[in-house]
Design a protein around this ligand. Structure first.
Ligand SMILES: Cc1cc2nc3c(=O)[nH]c(=O)nc-3n(C[C@H](O)[C@H](O)[C@H](O)COP(=O)(O)OP(=O)(O)OC[C@H]3O[C@@H](n4cnc5c(N)ncnc54)[C@H](O)[C@@H]3O)c2cc1C
Length: 490
């Protein structure tokens, strides 16, 4: 039997790392705080309805395929490409914009507001493409042993991209487009990184390339939780056990080696190697008692925004509503500047709606629909009191009814609301920040919490707040990078 590994956390990065390790002869056990695996990629079942609780689509499908190949398995879930990627609706206009991958089809909608949209979009995407291909292998899919190492890697990036480092996402987009509509729509993807186009580096315009050209977005057949179910099946076959309802709260270690983690009931979990999949900054602070990650220090770091999510089962079909939809207001710039810190933005909230039952019949009883709402909100530093959750949720649901021309309030059969309080409590997320540490330049690469421990040589980290960052494909890459580190340990 190979070396034993204890993985703390059954989020996507924990599950993927566990499978890689098991397939390479390690004896792996996973402990998870919650009652089911998946972490933020989770599932809620209620009164005949099924909801994905977090992610509703993924990009970079080839990372998942490569992961499966590396593990010697068939990809344990099936996915379908999204086209259009999503729709966008502004409150001051009845028009619905369809974000097609086909640039000609996309451009046709911009004829009146942005002349030569197609040509501009192709030029913009071409720059995004070059940023992506010039950085992905050198910066994103790499372990760094020091800041010096990271500096050397950055020096290998084509210097033509240097000015990008000094621009924000919106500034880069503004160089190509003049209309408010095109600028807003193209920069919307910055919100997927948990920040806004105004405080996200222009480096991340590479995301426009990933969504429109490189690979697009995908849904999992049967719902996103199919990814977790598939991995759990493979883990089971590989002999990996998952123990749920077990939260790690302490540790025992000596002479630079971690000997055991301790759970809330006092039980010890020992192994040769350990992998923490809980948030890499929070875990260091709350479990490893590291001063550099004390609550005050964490507050000084830059976090992604919080989310208010609503899971709604309704007694009605909504055939005219698309699968993925953004409902925005008419004050984009002011909203984006305020959304992370000012609870007043919730008076005119921007939100996303996913109709999971549209292509997954079993997710809702016959004649019904399962809806998932995501609304970006300030984290618990800026809005600690969520006693008004019901009021806010109902205002979003009513607004949605007006936008689609169908009041759904009388049709509600079940409603569940998660505020940043629930996100924090369930998954140990700092102040309820939805995606973990932000991706500002001083928090990426070697500046991000490392995927190896500062004190214990046999403790490693994988997940959104270590390298490379947030999102499902990044969790897969993070697991690979941690695996590389762990298997290099003698
Ligand atoms: C509302 C929302 C929507 C999103 N939408 C998308 C999307 O559409 N597409 C996309 O790609 N990404 C999306 N994301 C981001 C994506 O969900 C995350 O980046 C990814 O799931 C993070 O995986 P992870 O393994 O890093 O962490 P997690 O999923 O947080 O897993 C960590 C696990 O560790 C457990 N844990 C923590 N501490 C302990 C402890 N002390 N003891 C035991 N267990 C512990 C937690 O309970 C959790 O299960 C979304 C996130 C949110 C919140």
């Amino acid at each position: 039997m190979g070396k034993s590994v204890l993985v703390v956390g059954a989020g996507l990065a924990g599950l993927a790392a566990a499978l890689r390790l098991a397939k390479n002869g390690y004896s792996v056990h996973i402990v998870e705080k919650n009652s089911q695996p998946g972490g933020r990629l989770n599932q809620l079942k209620k009164e005949g309805f099924t909801f994905d609780t977090g992610p509703s689509f993924f990009s970079m499908s080839y990372e998942f395929k490569q992961f499966a190949r590396d593990c010697g398995i068939d990809l344990p879930f099936r996915y379908v490409e999204l086209d259009p990627l999503y729709t966008v609706n502004f409150s001051n206009s009845p028009k619905t914009w369809y974000l097609y991958k086909d640039i000609k089809k996309l451009a046709a909608q911009f004829e009146e507001v942005e002349p030569d949209f197609e040509e501009k979009m192709r030029r913009y995407l071409d720059k995004c493409r070059r940023i992506f291909h010039d950085t992905v292998d050198i910066v994103i899919k790499q372990n760094f042993n020091s800041l010096f190492d990271f500096g050397l890697a950055l020096m290998r990036v084509n210097p033509v991209h240097l000015p990008i480092l000094f621009r924000k996402f919106n500034q880069q987009v503004n160089r190509y487009f003049v209309s408010a509509e095109a600028r807003r729509m193209v920069s919307l993807v910055a919100f997927f990184l948990g920040r806004t186009p105004f405080d996200t580096s222009a480096v991340y315009t590479l995301l426009s390339y990933t969504e429109f050209m490189h690979d697009g977005y995908y849904n999992v057949e049967g719902g996103m939780y199919g990814i977790v179910e598939g991995l759990v099946r493979e883990l089971d076959k590989a002999g990996v056990k998952i123990t749920c309802n077990t939260e790690i709260t302490g540790f025992r270690g000596a002479n630079g080696r971690l000997e055991a983690f301790t759970d809330r009931s006092g039980q010890e979990w020992s192994a040769d190697l350990f992998l923490a999949n809980g948030d890499a900054a929070v875990f260091r602070g709350s479990v490893m008692n590291r001063m550099a990650f004390s609550p005050e220090k964490l507050d000084r770091m830059e976090w992604t925004m919080g989310y208010l999510t609503i899971y709604l089962g309704i007694r009605r079909k909504l055939p005219h509503v698309n699968h993925h939809n953004y409902f925005l207001g008419d004050n984009f710039e002011a909203y984006a500047r305020d959304v992370r810190i000012n609870p007043d933005t919730l008076q005119k909230p921007y939100y996303y709606v996913n109709v999971i039952s549209k292509y997954n019949d079993h997710c809702a009883p016959e004649g019904c629909e399962s809806l998932f709402f995501v609304c970006p909100v300030p984290d618990l530093r800026y809005k600690p009191d969520w006693s008004d959750r019901e009021e806010i949720a109902m205002s979003i649901i009513s607004d949605f009814g007006k936008r689609i021309g169908q009041d759904i309030v009388p049709d509600i059969l079940t409603k569940t609301i998660y505020t940043p309080l629930e996100w924090k409590e369930q998954f140990n997320l700092h102040r309820g920040s939805g995606l973990g540490l932000s991706h500002k330049i001083m928090q990426i690469g070697a500046f991000r919490p490392k995927n190896y421990d500062e004190e214990f040589k046999n403790l490693f980290y994988a997940g959104a707040s270590t390298i490379p960052g947030a999102g499902l494909p990044m969790a897969i890459i993070s697991a690979n990078l941690a695996f590389e580190r762990m298997t290099a340990v003698l």
